[in-house]
Design a protein around this ligand. Structure first.
Ligand SMILES: Cc1ncc(COP(=O)(O)O)c(C=O)c1O
Length: 419
């Protein structure tokens, strides 16, 4: 028999849970895109949704520049102040100095800065996992063509049904693929196709012991994982702010580990990276060294508002705990449908849940459709936004801390009925 103390504890935790859910609903009401009736949003890994105050700040700031006078000293001062406080706000989230942050436009630019910064020599080697984004693979292939390097791949996807999720196994697997001439490892912190979280700190340590640089594609980890970049000690950590941080498109950043800063040369160069000293240009001694020229300073406040709004619900640890819990629920519910196969065999540790239609068990009408067509059907018939991925051929739902159990139930119900 349940004791009255245990009963009252469980009632307390139910009430707490319900209150938290109510607070979340209120918090969600600040996002216009989440208020659209009958729309269920699962594309945070593609692009997050803007809260109303971030959205308004963009228009307000464009107006502000016009009022101050374009290219006036006042507008210039305003933009520089925006730039400084934004770098500080980003750095604060990672517990590092603002000097380590380079502002970019997206993840891919940050990854390119890292990849092209090495003085590659013919015969050098670059190691990637087999789960990297095609934009990053394309950059690696260009470097191969230009400098005659070799690209090696280590198998994360192709060993996903073994125990390759165990952090020690992942590190061992990676280290086994390092060769004497490997100069850099370029990997995702969270794989965009499987949602696997890589043990980055241990990877960085193992690579540094062998004198290999570690560059990270952090498109899917910033805004998901609690991060202390100084502790992780990857050399480059490139990300965008428009996905899990729910900031506007067009603003990204790159962290560069201070210990390698002096040894790294920028490839694309412009006035923003230089001190005013002439005639010989000299690099600025912070992340600006890798910045190029004019960009949309009017967006920066929206990022700060987005970060502050997320923090007003819960800190990154609390937000990650919610993502973790909800992702497992979605993964279990999808796995319970006979005609759905989740790509990962193990419960998820991030918000990315990829799954495939089992064509032998699904009804004919759905079994004959590509995942791309199913995603389109879900959008047009049910206003459920998920995406199809090419590699592996699957559907991907992104679970954010803003996601609700109702969202999850709706997605699962629609798939159950498609059977
Ligand atoms: C792992 C990964 N890398 C890179 C990208 C490209 O991001 P961006 O457009 O910010 O360069 C994405 C976007 O989906 C991604 O998931």
């Amino acid at each position: 028999m349940i004791s009255s103390a245990a009963l009252s504890n469980s009632l307390d935790s139910d009430t707490l849970e319900r209150d938290r859910e109510l607070i979340l609903l209120k918090h969600r009401s600040h996002f216009p895109a989440l208020g659209v009736i009958n729309r269920t949003y699962f594309n945070y890994g593609g692009q997050g949704v803007l809260c109303g105050s971030a959205l308004k700040s963009i228009t307000r700031n464009f107006q502000h520049i016009e009022e101050l006078g374009c290219f006036s000293n006042a507008a210039g001062d305003w933009m520089m102040a925006e730039y400084d406080v934004t770098k500080t706000a980003i750095a604060q989230e990672f517990q590092v100095s603002p000097n380590t942050i380079t502002l970019t436009e997206n993840t891919t630019i940050g990854c390119n800065i890292a990849l092209w910064s090495v003085d590659w020599q013919q015969g050098d080697r670059l190691l990637l996992s087999d789960c990297e984004h095609h934009g990053i693979i394309a950059s690696a292939v260009q470097i191969q063509k230009r400098f005659g390097i070799e690209i090696d791949y280590f198998p994360l996807f192709n060993s996903r049904n073994t125990n390759s999720d165990d952090p020690e196994t992942v590190v061992d697997l990676l280290v086994q693929h390092l060769q004497p001439k490997t100069r850099m490892v370029m990997i995702s912190h969270i794989c965009w196709n499987t949602g696997q979280v890589l043990p980055l700190q241990a990877i960085a340590k193992a690579c540094h012991d062998l004198n290999v640089l570690v560059a990270v594609d952090a498109a899917q980890s910033v805004g998901v994982l609690p991060l202390n970049l100084a502790e992780i000690a990857a050399d480059f950590y490139a990300f965008t702010t428009h996905k899990w941080w729910c900031a506007p498109l067009g603003l990204g950043a790159l962290y560069i580990r201070p210990e390698i800063f002096d040894a790294v040369e920028p490839v694309f160069v412009g006035w923003r990276g230089l001190t005013a000293k002439t005639p010989i240009p000299q690099w600025k001694q912070d992340g600006a060294k890798f910045e190029v020229a004019s960009s949309t300073y009017t967006l920066y406040e929206a990022l700060r508002i987005a970060i502050a709004h997320a923090n007003s619900w819960g800190n990154q640890q609390q937000r990650y705990e919610r993502i973790y819990k909800l992702s497992r629920i979605l993964w279990q519910k999808l796995n319970a449908l006979p005609h759905i196969n989740c790509v990962r065999q193990l419960p998820p540790e991030s918000g990315l849940i990829s799954f495939q239609i089992n064509r032998e068990l699904a009804k004919r009408a759905i079994a004959q459709k590509t995942h791309g067509l199913i995603a389109r059907q879900l959008e047009s018939e049910y206003q459920i936004l998920i995406r199809a991925l090419p590699e592996p051929d699957c559907l991907r739902a992104s679970v954010h801390y803003l996601t609700t159990i109702t969202d999850i139930d709706r997605l699962v119900e629609v798939f159950a009925n498609l059977a």
